[in-house]
Unconditional design. Structure first.
Length: 534
């Protein structure tokens, strides 16, 4: 069994030995470009270019092989491995499947004779990382990207700014820093280049206008101010940057323009979530002060915009124009849009649906993911109970999750749900993420690859998940999750310290983990983290 599961497979019990260095024939440029990815996915072996006649592994792109993008075929027979794919991402997906098929016996590598044809059900399969709250070290980012590639993701969403600060060093502004060692622009380019090795697009996010405490503290001219404040009254909250101030849009344009030079792909994410969270009783208050702001009122009252919502739509439209001028497509969170009616914002904005706004946090009545689809928006399903790897994602629900049916029935608009995204908030602040991420990659990845067929909750799945997480020399009967309290995905705070079941044979698991030798970087990362917890 593979994770994500493949569409068609015929796997024989006959095993073909793999002799390294493996001779590889590359028919075209994409096939040659795959070699660095093969080195990363199979670091225990070497690969050398060869003729087609002498090669053990043959790679070829055949654009007309299937109408499905990312389609691939693998044939292993008579001492030869042949991979044919629709495109480069198909080649990467084939490599991911091939690495899962490899087994180690003694010091020798084997792959079963097999015939596989496979393709994804959704075209947007994404992971979101949050270095804004704590910058994730570069070696860990590379490990995460490799783990994503082996589970057939094709998008990485990087949340670069939040209330805590910005996670990178800008040449345009002295931006308020996030906790940790900030990324240089060279680091960001390295992330983009390494992800491109596996056909993964990187989507940067600058979260505006809310989540702005660090910005408004650093740059007072981006903050809302009131007449009362000038006369000695309480200052307004700095949660939102001032959406009536032209300086705010100049700032956004300059920051996004700089990022567009680094991130070459079609989407820029601009946040737009949680504008007003009036239910949270904290200081400073997490609310929008646009209706008390003298600059906002000077702009919006003559336009007849007396309340927050039309002012918010004005902001969205101006930022949309900036993104469009930069040659990009705009992506945003959904929760502040009143989708009970057709909203006055461009409908080619890609909506990332994570929730209907909570009570006193924005539009609620009549809002749903379904309504975005009915109004013609394309949607990424990141519904937090299903997709968030902090306090929410649960194995018992994830194994059955269908991104086209939960949290809303997408039919007859399923084609507008481009895919899904699993979100790992809080950077690496929670030790939990150091293992939960790697467990989530194959499982959530399967739900995006095979949307209609639930994962079987049994030993075969747990054995396959163990191999997908820990690598090719895992013993055939090692079920990692028999030692754990289920598959620890969500419940970060609750699970920490209780990941292992009380009757777990910890010494037996320690010995099994220490015996693993032929691992990729992401597998080593997980192994070492588990050993540190034992």
């Amino acid at each position: 069994m593979f994770l994500p599961r493949v569409k068609q497979e015929n796997v024989s019990k006959a095993q073909m030995p793999l002799e390294f260095p493996l001779k590889v024939w590359c028919n075209d440029r994409p096939s040659r470009d795959l070699l660095p990815a093969l080195h990363e996915m199979m670091p225990y072996g070497e690969f050398v270019r060869s003729t087609r006649e002498e090669a053990t592994l043959s790679l070829c792109v055949v654009s007309g092989i299937s109408p499905s993008s990312e389609y691939y075929e693998i044939s292993v027979k008579d001492g030869k491995i042949e991979i044919r794919a629709k495109d480069y991402r198909g080649l990467v997906n084939a490599a991911a499947t091939l690495t899962q098929a490899i087994v180690v016996k003694g010091d020798r590598f084997y792959v079963p004779e097999m015939k596989i044809a496979d393709y994804p059900d959704s075209r947007f399969r994404s992971v979101m990382l949050d270095p804004a709250r704590h910058v994730i070290p570069m070696d860990e980012v590379r490990s995460i990207i490799l783990g994503m590639a082996k589970s057939k993701y094709n998008k990485l969403h990087v949340h670069l700014s939040d209330a805590e600060g910005f996670s990178y060093l800008s040449d345009v502004y002295d931006l308020p820093p996030s906790p940790g060692i900030l990324y240089t622009k060279g680091d960001l380019r390295e992330i983009v280049a390494y992800a491109a090795t596996f056909g993964i697009d990187v989507i940067p996010e600058i979260d505006v206008p809310a989540h702005g405490f660090s910005l408004t503290k650093k740059f007072d001219h981006l903050k809302c101010h009131s007449e009362e404040e000038e006369n000695g009254g309480e200052p307004l909250s700095g949660w939102n940057i001032c959406i009536g101030n032209d300086d705010s849009y100049t700032f956004i344009r300059n920051v996004l323009s700089e990022l567009c030079e680094i991130f070459p792909y079609e989407y820029i994410h601009v946040g737009t979530d949680e504008i007003s969270m009036e239910d949270i009783k904290k200081e400073p208050r997490w609310i929008s002060c646009t209706c008390q702001c003298k600059v906002c009122n000077a702009r919006f009252l003559p336009m007849g915009y007396e309340t927050l919502l039309p002012r918010y739509y004005y902001f969205v439209n101006r930022v949309y124009d900036i993104v469009h001028d930069l040659g990009k497509k705009m992506m945003m969170w959904n929760d502040q849009v009143d989708i009970s009616v057709d909203p006055p914002i461009p409908h080619d904005i890609l909506i990332e649906f994570w929730r209907v706004a909570g009570s006193r946090r924005g539009p609620v009545e009549g809002c749903s993911m379904q309504r975005f689809l009915e109004e013609g928006f394309e949607v990424i399903n990141a519904d937090y109970p299903n997709a968030y790897i902090d306090l929410y994602m649960k194995w018992k629900h994830l194994k059955d999750w269908n991104l086209f049916a939960d949290p809303a029935d997408a039919s007859p608009y399923a084609y507008r749900v481009l895919g899904g995204e699993t979100c790992a908030w809080e950077g690496n602040n929670y030790p939990h993420y150091r293992h939960a991420l790697y467990f989530a990659f194959p499982t959530f990845g399967d739900r995006l690859w095979n949307t209609a067929t639930p994962l079987y909750d049994g030993r075969e799945t747990m054995l396959a998940l163990t191999r997908a997480c820990l690598g090719c020399d895992v013993p055939e009967d090692l079920d990692l999750f028999s030692y754990l309290n289920g598959v620890p995905l969500g419940d970060a705070q609750k699970m920490e310290g209780a990941i292992f079941s009380q009757d777990a044979d910890r010494e037996g698991l320690r010995a099994a983990l220490q015996a693993l030798r032929y691992q990729t970087v992401n597998e080593q990362h997980l192994k070492n983290d588990l050993l540190s917890l034992l």
